[in-house]
Design a protein around this ligand. Structure first.
Ligand SMILES: [Zn+2]
Length: 297
């Protein structure tokens, strides 16, 4: 078993090196589904698909001019008579730096692999607007989850302490009750919430891993039959091996953390995701005299 794992790691390392060579030769090093706007030519270079290019440019132009994602989506679905332009799709287009012609691969920047569809200025302008929106939305860890004992949802607000640091709190205006985000975190962590979806998460990871194994064996079969050359084979399989590697790491982290995880143990960037998965809502007692009530999912 140990030898197998070692050999697999070696293969991944070798193919990753091989892919850097692919990129250095001006070819697109990623396998799988081609990103919107391009098609792969026979020799693995990228070619712009004109109709898709027009959609991408239109998305950027509308967004930079402050059209909402939902409205861009509606507009595109009408003009293109399709329903595939979801807000998720549009967001993905708006955050893909490769459309500026810049491709970062294994820490190296390539400017001759992806033909540009938009300018760097347009991309930066879009990021500026997106970041503002994200910050507004995800700043508060418990947004929409904190209820006052009177039944009102508590609103997010912030203040500055004597050290000049910003802190978050939640308040019920009619009752004038207030609780700080830190206090909520401390109380949750003292409770050692059971992660009810621990087993499901584990099963899901294992299923995902198996799916990749199946995909890999399909590609291998085709390769053996001569459907791909070695370079194509590497391009197709490496992302899948890398995904499997990621899944193994996630599984390891999950098993190490165990069924009990505190918010304090989680990296700041991942806290909101975790809270969204585990906590349904929290009720704050009047005047904070007793402990908060936590309803898990
Ligand atoms: Zn209240």
């Amino acid at each position: 078993m140990a030898v197998n794992q070692y050999e697999r790691e070696k293969i991944i390392e070798r193919t990753n090196d091989g892919l850097v060579q692919v990129a250095r030769s001006g070819k697109y090093p990623y396998g799988g589904k081609m990103m919107y706007g391009y098609r792969r030519s026979q020799d693995n270079t990228l070619v712009i698909v004109t109709k898709e290019k027009e959609v991408i440019q239109s998305i950027y132009h509308q967004f930079i001019n402050h059209t909402k994602l939902e409205d861009i989506s509606k507009m595109l679905n009408i003009t293109h008579n399709k329903s595939k332009f979801t807000t998720t799709f549009i967001r993905r287009i708006l955050t893909n730096e490769r459309y500026t012609g810049k491709l970062t691969y294994k820490k190296e920047v390539y400017k001759a692999i992806v033909p540009a569809i938009i300018t760097k200025e347009e991309y930066d302008a879009a990021q500026k607007i997106l970041n503002k929106k994200i910050r507004k939305k995800s700043n508060y860890l418990f947004a929409g989850k904190i209820y006052c004992s009177c039944g009102n949802i508590m609103t997010c607000t912030h203040g500055t302490n004597h050290l000049g640091n910003k802190y978050h709190y939640y308040q019920c205006k009619p009752c004038k009750s207030i609780i700080s985000e830190n206090k909520i975190i401390i109380q949750i962590d003292s409770r050692e919430l059971e992660i009810t979806n621990f087993d499901n998460t584990l099963i899901a990871l294992e299923r995902e891993y198996k799916n990749y194994t199946m995909k890999l064996s399909k590609i291998k079969k085709k390769y053996v039959l001569g459907a791909y050359n070695p370079e194509q084979y590497i391009i197709l399989t490496t992302p899948l091996y890398n995904e499997q590697k990621k899944i193994l790491q996630q599984k390891k982290a999950l098993l190490a953390a165990g069924r009990v995880l505190t918010i304090g143990q989680i990296a700041k960037n991942n806290r909101k995701d975790y809270i969204d998965k585990v906590i349904a809502f929290i009720t704050i007692p009047p005047n904070n005299l007793t402990e908060i009530r936590i309803k898990t999912k």
